[in-house]
Design a protein around this ligand. Structure first.
Ligand SMILES: Cc1cc2nc3c(=O)[nH]c(=O)nc-3n(C[C@H](O)[C@H](O)[C@H](O)COP(=O)(O)O)c2cc1C
Length: 268
């Protein structure tokens, strides 16, 4: 359970924006972000309102927030606020359960899990994840996806025969696409694209409901088709092992290695 607080700071002649900029340049923002239990501490500068900045402040739990309020940093923040003579308005004080995070939090929290506990994922969560896949867009809305939920001992053993990447997960989605249903012409088909969008929806919904997950490409597709007696037209696209990360799992070391926007985007 986490706490999110939206704070609007307002001040005359752009002073709220100067305050936020000084919070950033002085290193205070980074210091808060490195405090135990901080999930997010980010200023937004609304372009259409020169007198206001919005701070989104999110903590893992109430204890973490209380500790932050007692930290010496709070005096520095209050001093800066006074320096710029700002008014402060707490518009929302929201409790968010892991079952319903905001989208921004979900996409930032999703990460590859490579060591799962034995604990099973409750069926209602599995169904929510499957339903997110059902709602995914597909070419011409043809919905060629076919999802197998490997949950029995036998099915999980078969997964282990075709992939080294179950990582101990108690449930594995085998996301497939029916090539006979997907949009196609003589040269092309969207069967793989459609299934990837479905799988992405499922992965994000899993994170949304607090279920750890990973996308797996490394599996023997022909062998998987054989093991599960899949028809020729059913193409396996990826595996998604899901569950709860092991207590000693340190996280995916490459998770934060993201390129800068300027290296992957060009406005033309
Ligand atoms: C198309 C695709 C294929 C992947 N295949 C594997 C795989 O076979 N084995 C594995 O351990 N991780 C696999 N991953 C996980 C990626 O390595 C991981 O998502 C990537 O390092 C980014 O880290 P993050 O998910 O923690 O942000 C795959 C991810 C994607 C999107």
């Amino acid at each position: 359970m986490s706490l999110t607080i939206n704070i609007y700071y307002t001040g005359k002649n752009g002073s709220a924006k100067q305050f936020a900029k000084e919070m950033i340049s002085s290193g205070l923002v980074d210091q808060v972000r490195s405090e135990l239990g901080n999930k997010r501490y980010e200023y937004f500068f609304p372009e259409n309102d020169p007198e206001t900045v919005l701070l989104i402040d999110c903590w893992e739990n109430r204890e973490a927030l209380d500790l932050h309020h007692k930290s010496p940093m709070m005096a520095q923040i209050a001093e800066l606020r006074d320096k710029y003579n700002l008014k402060m308005r707490v518009e929302q004080y929201q409790m968010i359960t892991p079952d319903n995070q905001d989208f921004e939090t979900v996409i930032r929290n999703r990460t590859a899990t490579r060591k799962f506990k034995e604990e099973k994922v409750p069926l209602d969560k599995i169904n929510k994840i499957l339903d997110a896949g059902r709602l995914a867009p597909t070419a011409k809305n043809l919905q060629p996806q076919k999802i197998y939920v490997a949950i029995s001992k036998e099915a999980l053993e078969k997964i282990d025969k075709v992939s080294p990447c179950r990582y101990g997960a108690s449930t594995v989605f085998i996301v497939c696409s029916d090539k006979s249903i997907a949009w196609s012409n003589q040269n092309d088909s969207t069967y793989a694209m459609d299934a990837c969008i479905v799988a992405t929806h499922m992965m994000l919904e899993a994170t949304n409901v607090g279920v750890d997950n990973i996308w797996i490409e490394m599996f023997n597709k022909q062998e998987l088709k054989k093991q599960f007696h899949l028809e020729e037209k059913i193409e396996p696209i990826c595996l998604i092992p899901i569950g709860y990360k092991a207590d000693d799992y340190k996280g995916n070391p490459s998770h934060n290695n993201r390129k800068n926007l300027k290296d992957i985007v060009e406005f033309i």
